[in-house]
Design a protein around this ligand. Structure first.
Ligand code: ATP
Length: 944
């Protein structure tokens, strides 16, 4: 960083850069989410194993480092084992640089600056390399009671601009950061220095802690998805110590040790970190400068003739620290998380390669000024004496030979001086030419490198275009798949609609069935109502008829009794008046006989009439029962009522089902429309995206072609011009070597400079154009990805919604239909039961009626037979009596009394029989009435 005036240097053999690896523990989030680890650290062997799984295969990569610190390692371990010896070297006058390199959030800042700041002079266990180094420096210097001056500086490189974090201008009043920027200057000796950089002299470690504390708050940092306080700049904290010492030769010397502590910005995977726009550009700049550092390391490892230090401010500033006279240590930081495996492998490769860099450290020391001053004073004294002696010639005697010799010597010396001057001039010209040639070489190498770089970029872009094309094909496949799905859904929707229609027609058919059933039921109800009326009428008619029959029977019995009474009376009057009316007695007997006969005949006729009547009535009753028994079924009333309700429910259920089915069909239709729209918009976005990609890719290839053509042209121009110049130069050198050299050089320099400027300008323009296009393409790609993810989620959501709706509707439909089905089954079962019951009831009733009617008819026939036999007996008896009376008229009045008794003995049983008949008839009628009542009331359930 600073060109030292090396008075004397202690050269060492070339040493390798020391590379230390530190693996951080898993973050809290990773612990919670149980993120798997893919890195194993063997601190004893100094080996790191990175395990990578591809499919079922696991591959291990081992890396060996100078020192390995695992996730459980402490800050103090790292410092004492790896950094402390370097700090001791600094106190010996070496320049040492410690780099922290690694992916974002792997603990670079934690390692360098530590977690917490020191408190009351005590270092916190989290304190980093900077604090510990500062403390060690002061402790050792104080222990040695050395005389020293310690200075610190703190620089930041952000987006290729250097800022002094210790600038004395008050930060509080300066918001314009541009005033803090300082520039990097070439010192003309191959080194660089930072113009305007401030260095603070410090007297204690506490002061350093405070400076660090204040300055770190000014560093550019931001939060990304991987680190809440991600440093977005490279920082270089330098401690320079001038220590007074005595050399082995006993001379007072000043040792100048310098410790550069470099916290590099983390390499960022732009996609994983979630960086956008400004942040993405920032990440791009960081990655670019780290890439340059990588190229520098590669060139140093390969011992290439050209090391591209000049490609970034970081590498320019650290030129001396890598491959120069500085001792260097790289702390590579990694994370064990599986999510960081790619970046971890990059860091491991990078760090492992850096182990091969060699540097030649030198102790920087100067002879003390006072000693130098003493020597100079001595020399000045001597010269003064000589001068005095020359001025005071007279007083000094010099021999002639000596004087001549002196003259000659002077002439020779002057000649020598002139030759030396000329030689120096020639050397200078040679150096300038050499430098020009070198710079041309560098330029050519840079251009070739840039060309390679552009080629790589082009390849990357081509790969990107191929990737995008592949993605496009994949998206096409997805769209085709979606279309197939939609077709399927439409097909299933059509099937559902067809099914719904068939269901509807079935329902309509069932509806017609049900209405015809209802009509039948209504018809049956009407018939039953009519039957009921007929039954009621029949019952009242039967009661009337029975009443009439009873009346007739009692009238007939009364009449018979009256007749018998009359007969008795007549017989009595006959017997009494026999004596008086003997002659008329025959006539009267004849008359009585006729009257008796006619009475008996009337009685028989009446009995026959009664029999006929009752037979007719029973026949009517029987025929009525037979005719209507098929329709008479009281039980049907209740069952009909239930069936009616059931069927009504069934109808309501079916109409509900139809309504649900309609709603479901509507929902299905809407869902499919939504899906179709989303898919259409996805395909539109994709078409736009691909169009944009095409445009960008064609622009990119055009720019690259132009760049290549222009660069080719410029290179050939340069070559041509240089060859022309060289030819001219050869020619002119022969003629006027001295004059032409000057003018040729000037011309050459001018032309080369012009060409270089033009080349640089063009290259810069092309590169920035390329970068813009690439970042546009990246932004656009990430935007499209975002939209694509959103569309996919939407489509999936809609699809799931539709599927869930279809499922729930289908279930409810199924349930409803099952319900309906069960109810219908129950209805039909009930209906069958009621039908069977009604049939058996009808059969039973008919049998009962039949038996009652048969019994009634038999009873009537018996009564009639009894009456007939009674009448016949009476007539026979009467005939015998009349005969006996007629014979006894002739015989004797005495036998009149016997006849009277005989008649009496016939009339009394006849009267008894009459009353028996009457009472039996009454009982029978009552029995029939009761039976009918019971049957009508209980079995036919007719309320009278
Ligand atoms: N070895 C460790 N032990 C404990 N915590 C650690 C360790 N390494 C890192 N951390 C924690 O991880 C977080 C990120 O670390 P840090 O900011 O140092 O990462 P970084 O590499 O500097 O990131 P960036 O490059 O983004 O600046 C911090 O909260 C830090 O405390």
């Amino acid at each position: 960083m600073e060109g030292f005036d090396m008075k004397c240097g202690e050269k060492l053999e070339g040493v390798n850069v020391q590379v230390v690896l530190r693996c951080r523990p898993l973050s809290e989030e990773d612990e919670i989410s149980r993120t798997p680890t893919v890195v194993t650290c063997d601190e004893l062997k100094g080996e790191v194993l990175a395990i990578r799984s591809i499919g079922n295969k696991q591959t291990e990569r081992a890396f060996v480092f100078d020192k390995v610190f695992g996730p459980t390692s402490q800050q103090v371990d790292l410092f004492t084992q790896s950094i402390s010896p370097l700090v001791s070297d600094v106190l010996e006058g070496f320049h040492c640089t410690i780099f922290a390199y690694g992916q974002t959030a792997t603990g670079k800042t934690y390692t360098m600056e530590g977690g917490k700041m020191a408190n009351n002079g005590e270092l916190h266990s989290d304190a980093g390399v900077i604090q510990r180094s500062a403390q060690k420096c002061f402790e050792e210097l104080e222990a040695k009671r050395a005389k020293y001056i310690m200075k610190v500086s703190f620089l930041e490189i952000y987006n290729e601009e250097i800022t002094d974090l210790l600038s004395s201008k008050k930060w509080e009043f300066l918001d314009d950061k541009s005033t803090r920027r300082i520039t990097l200057m070439e010192d003309g000796k191959g080194g660089v220095f930072v113009r305007g950089m401030e260095e603070d002299i410090v007297y204690s470690a506490d002061e350093i802690y405070k400076i660090l504390d204040n300055a770190t708050t000014r560093r550019h940092s931001t939060a990304n998805l991987l680190n809440k306080h991600s440093s977005r700049s490279h920082s270089i904290f330098s401690i320079t110590i001038h220590i007074k010492d005595i050399s082995r030769e006993g001379q007072e010397i000043i040792k100048i040790g310098k410790l550069n502590l470099v916290d590099l910005a983390g390499s960022v995977n732009i996609l994983r970190s979630g960086a956008r726009e400004g942040r993405a550009r920032e990440a791009g700049e960081i990655n670019k400068s780290l890439l340059t550092l990588g190229r520098v390391i590669n060139a140093l490892v390969d011992e290439s003739s050209h090391v591209p230090y000049r490609d970034s401010k970081l590498t320019r500033l650290l030129r001396n620290s890598l491959g120069g006279k500085t001792k260097a240590c790289i702390i590579a930081t990694i994370s064990p998380s599986i999510h960081c495996l790619e970046e971890t492998l990059c860091t491991l490769d990078y760090a492992h390669r850096a182990r091969n860099i060699k540097s030649k450290p030198e102790i920087n020391q100067k002879i003390m000024e006072s000693t130098m001053m003493k020597d100079l004073n001595y020399e000045i004294d001597r010269l003064k004496k000589e001068l005095n002696a020359t001025n005071e010639k007279n007083s000094i005697h010099i021999s002639r030979d000596c004087f001549l010799q002196e003259d000659e010597k002077k002439a020779i010396a002057e000649k020598m001086e002139r030759i030396e001057l000329k030689l120096k001039f020639k050397d200078k010209q040679l150096i300038v030419l050499q430098e020009l040639y070198d710079s041309q070489q560098y330029l050519t190498a840079d251009l070739i490198e840039e060309l390679d770089h552009n080629q790589i970029k082009l390849e990357g872009s081509e790969k990107m275009v191929l990737d995008q094309e592949e993605k496009y094909q994949k998206a096409k496949c997805v769209i085709r798949e979606n279309e197939r799905l939609i077709m399927k859904l439409q097909h299933s929707e059509r099937e559902l609609v067809e099914h719904a229609q068939s269901l509807r027609s079935e329902l309509e058919f069932n509806d017609a069935d049900i209405s015809s059933l209802l009509c039948k039921i209504e018809h049956k109800c009407n018939i039953e109502e009519r039957n009921q009326i007929i039954l009621q009428r029949f019952q009242s008619h039967l009661t009337q008829q029975l009443h009439i029959l009873l009346k007739i029977v009692s009238t007939s019995v009364m009449e018979q009794e009256n007749h018998l009474q009359e007969i008795e009376d007549e017989m009595h009057s006959f017997v009494c008046g026999k004596a008086m009316v003997t002659r008329e007695y025959k006539g009267w007997v004849e008359k009585l006989k006729d009257l008796y006969c006619s009475g008996i005949t009337t009685l028989d006729g009446l009995a026959g009439e009664l029999d006929q009547n009752s037979q007719l009535t029973f026949g009517k009753f029987y025929s009525q029962v037979l005719t209507h028994s098929t329709y008479v079924d009281d039980c049907l009333r209740g069952i009909t009522f239930e069936a009616d309700n059931l069927l009504k429910e069934l109808q309501t259920d079916f109409s509900n089902q139809i309504f649900k089915l309609n709603v479901f069909g509507q929902l299905q239709h809407e869902g499919h429309q939504r899906t179709a729209e989303a898919t259409r918009s996805i395909s539109n976005t994709f078409i736009n995206f691909l169009h944009m990609l095409d445009v960008h890719a064609s622009r990119l290839s055009k720019i690259l072609e132009e760049t290549q053509i222009v660069e080719d042209q410029q290179l050939s121009n340069l070559e041509r011009k240089f060859e022309e110049c060289a030819a001219n130069e050869d020619k002119q050198l022969l003629e006027k070597v001295v004059e032409m050299l000057t003018s040729s050089n000037a011309l050459q320099r001018k032309q080369v400079q012009k060409a270089i400027d033009a080349l640089r300008q063009n290259a810069h323009e092309r590169t920035s154009n390329l970068q813009k296009e690439v970042s546009k393409a990246q932004n656009f790609t990430s935007l499209i990805k975002e939209q694509w993810r959103f569309y996919i989620e939407e489509t999936e959501r809609h699809y799931l919604g539709n599927v869930a709706a279809v499922e729930s509707r289908r279930c409810s439909l199924e349930e409803g239909l099952n319900d309906c089905f069960e109810k219908t089954e129950m209805g039909s079962l009930l209906w069958e039961n009621s039908w069977d019951f009604r049939v058996s009831l009808g059969k039973e009733t008919i049998t009962l009626m039949e038996s009652i009617v048969r019994n009634g008819i038999e009873a009537n026939q018996k009564i009639r037979a009894d009456i007939s036999s009674g009448a016949t007996t009476a007539l026979e008896n009467l005939d015998a009596g009349v005969k006996a009376l007629q014979s006894s008229i002739d015989c004797s009045l005495e036998s009149d009394h016997d006849a009277w008794e005989k008649i009496n003995s016939i009339i009394v049983p006849s009267r008894r029989e009459q009353s028996d008949l009457k009472s039996r008839h009454c009982d029978r009628i009552l029995e029939i009435k009761e039976c009918v009542d019971k049957c009508v009331k209980h079995e036919y359930m007719v309320s009278v």
